[in-house]
Design a binder for this molecule. Structure first.
Ligand SMILES: [Zn+2]
Length: 369
């Protein structure tokens, strides 16, 4: 990399990141999450933002006159429970800053705020305005914020998601698999395993027969993965088990594959007529397909990165984000947050030597998108 006068100083980014990380904000903890949001709201108001409080706790910040604004997506929740900081403190070691929620995605929020500050300082908002959405529940499926995300995307000329780039890289995310979760509950008949086994109908035995059938729905060549990730069943070792539950993770690269797997799940049948199957769940996030609009945005980003002195790449990833909701509605580019590694892991960190380049990239992209 070469140095550039337009790069922000890490010394200015770090205090803001510290402030957000020191407020632990696990999904579901509304009070903690709103404290993070209060800090961001203070920063946004200092830039003249109009603030909207939306149902479920999402906040929307409007910058400039709104006419098909460019939308920045952020989330305030993390996967880390309260008290995590005690064993995993915010700390700088060499080129890395560690701590819960640094990489996913509090540094992304800080990137967005610094980009907005730089744009504000250089003479005003781009035509059409900018909008930042801050949601409380991305890590648990965005059930309360999805409606706001989709409504904002329908009005947006582009959506920039400041989830982190691909781990340990300068790779943006130009597609994401759709994510689904299914639960199959098997209802059999309990009986004494020693005296009257023939009167029972084993839910576990039927589940064991079903699992290979479920796994056979995967199509690796089409990007579809299916995994029974959890099994719960039985009541005691000497009882023919009356119930068993299978929880299944599904990832798909296309909507057609999502529909195929969903239909196949509904078509599962029991080989033992005395064991009844019950199915719940479905596709939670639709696939974010790597389309021409996203690739056009990526091409702009790549050119801008080149002028900033670094080379950008792109990747389609298996994990979902709120970009999955916006990609069918507006041109979406994801992974524009802070580079680093260790999302949802103890070594979660942001790379301080690379972060300023990505802030400068986001700033440039927001100026011209
Ligand atoms: Zn995230």
């Amino acid at each position: 990399m070469t140095s550039s006068a337009s790069l922000p100083d890490v010394a200015q980014l770090l205090p803001d990141l510290y402030q957000l990380v020191e407020i632990e904000s696990p999904s579901g903890h509304a009070e903690a999450i709103s404290r993070v949001m209060d800090v961001v709201e203070g920063w946004a108001r200092a830039l003249g933002a109009e603030v909207q409080l939306l149902a479920g706790g999402t906040r929307s910040f409007l910058f400039g006159e709104q006419q098909r604004p460019a939308l920045i997506l952020t989330h305030a929740d993390t996967v880390w429970p309260l008290g995590t900081l005690e064993g995993m403190p915010f700390r700088v070691e060499g080129d890395r800053v560690y701590g819960p929620g640094t990489y996913d995605m509090k540094a992304g929020i800080v990137s967005a705020i610094h980009a907005l500050r730089a744009i504000h300082a250089s003479g005003g908002w781009p035509a059409g305005g900018l909008r930042l959405l801050l949601t409380p529940d991305e890590e648990v499926g965005s059930s309360s914020s999805r409606v706001h995300i989709e409504a904002a995307a329908r009005e947006a000329r582009a959506v920039l998601v400041v989830e982190p780039p691909v781990a340990d890289s300068h790779a943006l995310k130009t597609g994401r698999k759709g994510v689904g979760s299914f639960v199959v509950t098997l209802h059999g008949i309990a009986s004494h395993a020693g005296n009257k086994p023939e009167e029972g109908a084993s839910a576990i035995a039927e589940a064991a027969r079903l699992i290979p059938a479920i796994h056979a729905l995967a199509r690796p060549d089409a990007g579809t993965t299916v995994s029974v990730g959890l099994i719960q069943g039985g009541s005691a070792v000497n009882v023919i088990p009356a119930t068993c539950t299978l929880t299944i993770d599904v990832r798909v690269s296309s909507l057609a594959e999502g529909e195929r797997v969903t239909a196949s799940m509904h078509a599962l049948t029991s080989s033992d007529p005395r064991v009844r199957l019950e199915l719940s769940g479905g596709l939670n996030r639709p696939p974010f397909e790597r389309g021409p609009q996203t690739m056009a945005l990526y091409a702009r980003a790549q050119a801008l990165a080149h002028t900033l002195g670094f080379s950008l790449t792109e990747e389609v990833v298996g994990g979902g984000s709120d970009g999955n909701f916006t990609a069918p509605l507006a041109p979406t580019l994801d992974g524009l947050g802070a580079p680093g590694d260790g999302a949802h892991a103890a070594h979660e960190h942001v790379r301080l030597d690379r972060w300023p380049y990505h802030v400068a990239l986001l700033t440039a992209l927001l100026r011209e998108v």
